[in-house]
Design a protein around this ligand. Structure first.
Ligand code: TYM
Length: 325
């Protein structure tokens, strides 16, 4: 049976990009195998973050998972920090990734480029080591992520090859699984850059007021011309809106194009806005009911207990392989 694992870092308000690239996508996996979805709260410490902000964000993400339709009966939900085997495995695995390769990680380069080079935290540099531990600790073979995380899954694969070459078939080879539609949702105000938690302009946040969401979509940057066709080089704005539409409707881009063959930009944007507002409106209603109950705590208690059991088995196997046991 497939083992599926993924997570989200609680470092800011989640966006429509996270919803399409992760939340909505995770739900489609929970029936196809044993699914583990977690909050990467240890990873959140790799850049400065206020304790209260981290706490609130972490709880929110669990509520988002539930509001997006993840069913705790089918899918194990937990916080990375509360399953101590993540940290233990990372300490072992750090010996099998090299500083040269960590230095080439795009995310590390992006995040550290404007920092004082003498004050970059070791955790930020070693980010992929912990991420590899997250994945390998559950023998996951499928890792659903957006495009920006594929390099981290690749380096995990390199690690598995290196480790297994030395110790035999100990670690399971994971594979990134990327959405056909919606692997990289772009900013509405600048459709040549990714929509991200750290870039508030032009991004739709999941808890934005519905009127604000509508307004953001109606004022999304579009392109010259009048045709509604997918061409991400020459029409990045329209292509992004088509992607959002198709991903939420769960149809192909060409089916979405066909729906708007005679439409004008204004009508098309209105249809996208209607769809996003309907989807996020229902999502928000579920979120508010969950966040005001004790469901998050109950789900985490059960999920963390189960996660620890599985994780301990794999950690034990690794400890034996390297000679610690
Ligand atoms: P994070 O928190 O940055 O993002 C969570 C997920 O959302 C996807 N995503 C997007 N997808 C489409 N369009 C966008 N604009 C967009 N922005 C974000 C991301 O690709 C990701 O799938 N390092 C991870 C968390 C993590 C993890 C793991 C993931 C830690 N350990 C193990 C998988 C497996 C991260 O920071 O994701």
């Amino acid at each position: 049976m497939a083992r599926i694992l993924s997570g989200i870092k609680p470092t800011g308000r989640l966006t429509l990009g996270n919803y399409i690239g992760a939340l909505k996508n995770f739900k489609n996996f929970q029936d196809s195998g044993e699914t583990f979805i977690f909050v990467a709260d240890l990873h959140a410490l790799t850049l400065p973050i206020e304790p209260e902000f981290l706490r609130t964000n972490t709880r929110d993400i669990v509520a988002f998972y539930l509001a997006a339709g993840l069913d705790p009966e089918k899918c194990t939900l937990f916080r990375q920090s509360q399953v101590s085997q993540h940290a233990e495995l990372a300490i072992i695995l750090q010996n099998y990734l090299y500083m040269g390769e960590l230095n080439r990680m795009t995310q590390f380069k992006e995040k550290s480029q404007n920092m004082n080079q003498n004050a970059i935290g070791l955790g930020l540099f070693a980010y992929p080591v912990l991420m590899a531990a997250d994945i390998l600790l559950y023998d996951a073979n499928i890792v659903p992520v957006g495009e920006d995380q594929t390099q981290h899954v690749e380096i995990t694969r390199d690690l598995v090859k290196r480790f297994n070459n030395r110790y035999g078939e100990v670690l399971i080879m994971p594979e990134a699984r990327i959405n056909k539609v919606g692997k990289r949702i772009m900013s509405l105000s600048n459709p040549t850059v990714k929509m991200s938690k750290s870039d508030p302009k032009g991004d739709v946040f999941l808890l934005d007021d519905l009127k604000v969401i509508r307004k953001k979509i109606m004022s999304a940057v579009t392109d010259s011309g009048s045709e509604i066709i997918y061409d991400d080089e020459n029409k990045p704005g329209i292509s992004n809106l088509l992607t959002i539409y198709a991903a939420l409707k769960e149809i192909s881009i060409s089916d979405a194009e066909a729906l708007f063959i005679d439409a004008r930009y204004g009508d098309f944007k209105k249809a996208v806005a209607d769809l996003v507002v309907a989807e996020l409106g229902a999502f928000q209603a579920r979120y508010y009911a969950i966040i005001n109950s004790s469901q998050v705590e109950d789900v985490l208690n059960a999920g963390e207990k189960k996660a620890r059991q599985i994780a301990q088995g794999v950690l034990h196997r690794v400890q034996k392989a390297v000679g610690l046991l």
